[in-house]
Ligand binder design. Structure first.
Ligand code: ADP
Ligand code: MG
Length: 340
C-alpha cells in the first residue's frame, strides 16, 4: 500500500515537472542538426510545436544543397557548367544567389567572382588533395575567370563553355534565408539558424531580449572569441582564412581566393563578419570584403552601405563600422584591441 502511494506521488511530481516544462510553451527549445554544404548546421527554435517547422526547414536546406552544389545529377550548377555555353533554364534558387553574387562582383571590382571555381579546384579545395599550382597553371586558368561573362535573363543563365561557376561563397547565406522564411511561414517567432560561419536569427530571444552572436577568434577559433554582437532579427556571416586551409613548407594556404592573383587572398584581414538583413548578401559580402582588405572594404561600406561589419586584421586590431559600435563588446583578455 505504502509502496503504491509512494509510486503515485512520484508519478504526480513527475507530471508536475513535465507540465512546468511544457506549460510555458513559448520557452520550449527544440534543436535539429543537419549536415549539408560540407558543414554541420544547427537549427534551434523556441515555442510550441516547432519540430515540424524545423523538419521542413531542414528539408529546404537539403534540397538547396543538392541544387546549388557544384556536382550531382540534381545540381543546377552542374547543369549550367556542362551546358557547353548554352543558356539553361533557371529558377529563383539559382537566380537569386547568382544575381546577388554578380551585384557584389560589380561593386567590389571582381573581389567576389563565381567563375573563380577552376582556380579553387586547382588548389585542391574541392578534391581535398591540396597542391600549390604553378604560376603557369594559374595564369592559364585565370584567362577564363570573369564574372561578367555570366549572363542572366529573366529565367535562364549562361556561362561560357570554357568557364565554370560555383556558389560556395553565397549558398549557405541563401540557404539560411530560405530556412528562416520556412520557419517564419510555419509560425515560428524565435529561432537561430547556424550554418557553419553563417548565423540567421528569427525574432528575438523568447524573453524579448537580443541574441548574442560571438565573433570567433580567428587565431584560436576552437576556443576563443574576439567579442560578442547583440542583435535582433538579422544575418551574421563570417569569412576567415582559418575556416578551411592546408599547410605546405610552413606556409598556410586558405580557401578564399583573390581572383586577381589566383592565390589565397592576403589582404591583411584575418576575418570579416558582416551583419546584413539579407543572408545572401551577408555571405557574398563577407567573402568579397575579405579579399578587398580593410581600406577598400571601408570604401565599399561608405559607397554602398546596406550592411555593417567587424573587421579583424593580422596585427590583432578590430575595426567596427558605425552601426555596430554599441552592439559589439570585446571579450575580456581577448588580446585584440580597437584600431586607432
Ligand atoms: P565558407 O564557405 O567557409 O563559409 P566563404 O563564404 O567565404 O566561406 O566562401 C568561400 C568559398 O567560396 C570557397 O570555399 C570557394 O569555393 C569559393 N570562393 C573562394 N574564393 C572566392 C571568390 N573570390 N569569389 C567567389 N567564390 C570564392
Ligand atoms: Mg561568403
Amino acid at each position: 500500500m505504502r509502496k503504491k502511494l509512494f509510486r503515485a506521488a512520484t508519478l504526480f511530481i513527475c507530471h508536475l515537472l513535465l507540465l512546468s516544462l511544457f506549460s510555458c510553451g513559448e520557452d520550449v527549445k527544440n534543436t535539429k542538426t543537419v549536415f549539408a554544404m560540407d558543414t554541420v548546421m544547427t537549427l534551434t527554435a523556441y515555442g510550441k510545436d516547432t519540430s515540424a517547422a524545423l523538419d521542413t526547414a531542414a528539408k529546404t536546406i537539403r534540397e538547396l544543397d543538392k541544387k546549388l552544389s557544384y556536382s550531382g545529377k540534381e545540381s543546377e550548377v552542374y547543369k549550367l557548367n556542362s551546358s557547353g555555353g548554352k543558356p539553361v533554364k533557371a529558377d529563383d534558387d539559382l537566380l537569386t544567389p547568382l544575381k546577388v553574387s554578380l551585384d557584389v562582383s560589380e561593386k567590389s571590382g571582381g573581389a567576389l567572382d563565381v567563375t573563380v571555381f577552376p582556380v579553387v579546384k586547382a588548389w585542391g579545395f574541392i578534391s581535398k588533395e591540396y597542391t600549390v599550382p604553378t604560376d603557369n597553371k594559374l595564369a592559364s586558368l585565370l584567362k577564363n575567370v570573369d564574372w561578367s561573362s555570366v549572363k542572366i535573363s529573366e529565367d535562364s543563365v549562361s556561362v561560357p563553355e570554357n568557364a565554370e561557376i560555383d556558389l560556395g561563397a553565397v549558398a549557405k547565406g541563401y540557404a539560411s534565408e530560405r530556412a528562416a522564411e520556412t520557419l517564419i511561414s510555419k509560425g515560428v517567432k524565435s529561432a537561430v539558424i547556424s550554418l557553419g560561419g553563417n548565423v540567421r536569427t528569427v525574432g528575438t530571444k523568447p524573453d524579448g531580449s537580443k541574441w548574442n552572436v560571438a565573433v570567433v577568434d580567428p587565431t584560436e577559433p576552437g576556443t576563443k572569441t574576439v567579442g560578442t554582437l547583440k542583435l535582433g532579427e538579422t544575418s551574421v556571416v563570417t569569412s576567415g582564412g582559418y575556416q578551411r586551409y592546408f599547410e605546405k613548407n610552413g606556409k598556410r594556404y586558405h580557401h578564399i581566393i583573390d581572383p586577381k592573383t589566383g592565390r589565397p587572398a592576403e589582404s591583411g584581414l584575418i576575418s570579416v563578419t558582416v551583419v546584413c538583413d539579407d543572408g545572401t548578401y551577408a555571405d557574398a559580402l563577407s567573402t568579397a570584403l575579405f579579399v578587398l582588405g580593410l581600406d577598400k572594404a571601408m570604401e565599399y561600406y561608405r559607397e554602398y552601405g546596406g550592411f555593417e561589419a567587424v573587421f579583424i586584421t593580422d596585427d590583432k586590431k578590430i575595426t567596427v563600422t558605425d552601426g555596430l559600435v554599441s552592439a559589439f563588446t570585446v571579450s575580456d583578455d581577448s588580446g585584440f584591441e580597437y584600431a586607432k
